[in-house]
Design a protein around this ligand. Structure first.
Ligand code: ATP
Ligand code: LTN
Length: 329
């Protein structure tokens, strides 16, 4: 069985972009692949975090993994810090990653270009840690949204480099980026990605735990255009095209079918259909989430997941350290 691995960093509440671009694919693929889904709580401290908020976000993130349908019997679910081998292999990978490669990573470059002050060393080198997360489990595929593809490609380059130098150490993974919904845009500014760190307040971002009326309102007031036709054209109609991507991802309808369905109808009708699809999805997730919070399933899942993951990770770390010549026992 091929292995799939991915992680989400709990830097805030999970949003619809995380669900459509990543999380739902973890769930869909857990039948066909051996799925490893972890919470990247080392990655999230690359930017400052409030400890109380972080604790809450961590619990919510696990609860949402489960509420979205990840099944601990089928998938390995754990916290990154419960498997310390990630950090250790992270350092080793860091030592095999070139500054030129890190300098090309757009996430860091964008933050720097925005003039953000006091960016941490961890933020700069985090693609090396991400590569370790993937390589330590010999993952075949990495389901991620568009913004993370570059990091998986860096991971491939470093894996190939280390395999050439030390012999076959790592499986070289492939990014699995969905055809529709890999980059859900902000509802208030469709030129920007929907993001936890949305600067325009939270109007552009639908959180998975938003009360349904609030989510509906955000969709109904999403920025569109004055053309008045429901047509998929991300360049000229970015707002409408974004809403079409959301609808298509949630209902499985093709863009053509959506265009036909709303031919001659106004944006109001179209937005209502999108809001209904989003609210149906959120309602199911939130019902499950509330049940999960009242059970002890989170702790059991994390304990059992970490045990399974640790067994795999410690073997690989040992193999790598031996190949490099770092161990003499
Ligand atoms: P931030 O929004 O604060 O930059 P993030 O949401 O991009 O953070 P993560 O939570 O770690 O960061 O992302 C988890 C997964 O969700 C990644 O695979 C990422 O590519 C995907 N993802 C994030 N935002 C979107 C989006 N707007 N559309 C589609 N996929 C997304
Ligand atoms: N860097 C990713 C989260 C992440 C990840 C990973 C995704 C950390 N390690 C390994 C896939 C595989 C992010 O910021 N969204």
């Amino acid at each position: 069985m091929k292995r799939m691995l991915s992680g989400i960093k709990p830097t805030g509440q999970l949003h619809l972009g995380n669900y459509i671009g990543a999380l739902r694919h973890f769930v869909e693929n857990q039948e066909e692949y051996e799925m490893i889904a972890f919470i990247a709580n080392l990655h999230c401290i690359t930017v400052p975090q409030d400890p109380d908020e972080l604790r809450k976000n961590l619990r919510d993130c696990v609860a949402l993994y489960l509420a979205c349908g990840l099944d601990p019997k089928k998938s390995t679910i754990f916290l990154q810090t419960d498997v310390m081998e990630h950090a250790q292999l992270g350092f080793i990978i860091n030592c095999h990653t070139y500054l030129g490669e890190l300098n090309r990573m757009t996430q860091f470059k964008d933050k720097q270009a925005k003039g953000e002050k006091n960016l941490s060393g961890g933020l700069y080198t985090y693609p090396a840690l991400m590569a370790a997360d993937i390589l330590i489990y010999d993952a075949d595929y990495v389901p991620v949204g568009e913004d993370q593809k570059q990091h998986v490609e860096l991971c491939r380059d470093v894996a190939i480099r280390m395999n050439n130098r030390y012999g076959e150490l790592f499986r070289v993974p492939e990014p699995a980026v969905p055809k529709v919904g890999a980059r859900i845009m902000s509802l208030s500014d469709p030129s920007k990605k929907m993001s936890k760190s949305d600067t325009l307040g939270d109007k552009g971002c639908i959180y998975l735990l938003d009360p349904l009326p609030k989510a509906r309102k955000k969709i109904m007031s999403a920025k569109t255009d004055s053309l008045g036709i429901v047509h998929f054209d991300p360049e000229n109609q970015p707002g409408i095209s974004n809403l079409m991507q959301i609808l298509s991802s949630l209902t499985g309808e093709s863009m053509d079918a959506i265009e036909k369905e709303f031919e001659g109808k106004g944006y109001g009708d179209f937005k209502k259909a999108v809001a209904n699809a989003v609210c149906d999805t959120l309602e199911k997730i939130q019902t499950r989430y509330n049940e999960i919070l009242e059970s002890d399933i989170i702790d059991t899942t994390l304990r059992e997941g970490a045990e399974k993951a640790r067994a795999m990770a410690s073997k690989k770390l040992d193999q790598v350290q031996r190949a490099i010549g770092m161990e003499i026992r």
